[in-house]
Design a protein around this ligand. Structure first.
Ligand code: CO8
Length: 264
């Protein structure tokens, strides 16, 4: 039995962490199942992924505290690496991943949302890094990604105080892009995924790589990364068709306005 469901429809995959009895907390098996779910996606057929949690209360309430409670130093490090490897897989997944945060996103839950490209959440969502209250540091990338996303000062405040924040504050500090009523969240995430899926997939993937790789380096090297990926788009049929469509539209506004990009 898997703790993670993956459903593919119309070029969109919806991955649901399904352990609602523990508020979708991440134990070793959930992490393994998550990795396997991402591995199972055909990134040439699917163009965007939505990641969410089962139920209407929790996205992910953190790493499994029961499982962590007896770890030794070496086991703690190994558990941290296990989570980091899966989260890095998500971060570097070739196609965009949208986190639809449908409730608690605490500790490892906040951290997994930050390994996604985009976060949107429900009005009842709650974010936080409560680890220091448990005697540990964030261990699935929280100290690194939170500081990169919302700035070091705000990240340090949230991590040192272990204070949880509600959706409106998460929106105000830029941790999430938008807040929706719970019942509208998944549809909003799927709509965004469809908008992404309608664009040229090779170009979208190149944008993700350019942003991610560029953020790891200085601006001069980053611009070279962009130039190379930009150049590579000119080997694609989708570039030729996308631009030809624009020029056709200019000649005759009644000509086809939507390109059916072929991922070639
Ligand atoms: N781990 C294991 N079980 C959990 C977790 C969790 N993180 N969160 C909730 N559960 C379980 C509860 O134990 C409970 O199970 P049971 O019914 O068997 O008693 C069930 O889920 C429902 O939870 P509650 O009854 O507590 O529900 P409430 O609505 O009363 O409270 C809260 C909801 C506020 C979310 C509360 O459950 C809570 O505080 N949970 C823990 C949140 C937390 O501290 N998360 C951070 C964990 S640390 C972490 O994520 C570190 C990541 C890096 C690890 C690196 C490893 C080295």
């Amino acid at each position: 039995m898997s703790f993670v469901n993956c459903e593919v429809k119309d070029k969109i995959a919806v991955i649901t962490i399904n352990r609602p009895e523990a508020l979708n907390a991440l134990n070793s098996q959930v992490l393994d199942d998550l990795g396997a779910a991402f591995d199972s996606i055909d990134v040439n057929a699917v163009r965007a992924v939505v990641l969410t949690g089962a139920g209407d209360k929790s996205f992910v309430a953190g790493a499994d505290i029961g499982e962590m409670s007896t770890l030794s130093k070496a086991e703690g490090e190994a558990f941290g690496k296990k989570g980091n490897d899966v989260f890095r897989k998500i971060e570097e997944f070739p196609i965009p991943v949208i986190a639809a945060v449908n409730g608690f996103a605490l500790g490892g839950g906040c951290e997994i949302s930050m390994s996604c490209d985009i976060r949107i959440c429900s009005e009842n969502a709650m974010f936080g890094q409560p680890e220091v209250g448990l005697g540990i540091t964030p261990g699935f990338g929280g100290t690194q990604r939170l500081a990169r996303l919302i700035g070091a000062g705000m990240a340090k405040q949230l991590i040192y105080t272990a204070r949880n924040i509600k959706a409106d504050e998460a929106y105000r500090i830029g941790l999430v892009n938008a807040v929706y009523p719970q019942e509208e969240l998944l549809a909003a995430a799927e709509k965004m995924a469809s908008q992404i899926a309608a664009n040229a997939p090779i170009a979208v993937r190149a944008c993700k790589k350019a942003i991610n790789d560029g953020l790891q380096t200085d601006i001069d090297a980053a611009l070279v990364i962009e130039e190379k990926l930009f150049g590579s788009c000119f080997e694609s049929e989708d570039q030729r068709e996308g631009m030809a469509n624009f020029l056709r539209k200019k000649d005759d506004p009644n000509k086809v306005k939507v390109v059916n990009f072929q991922n070639k």
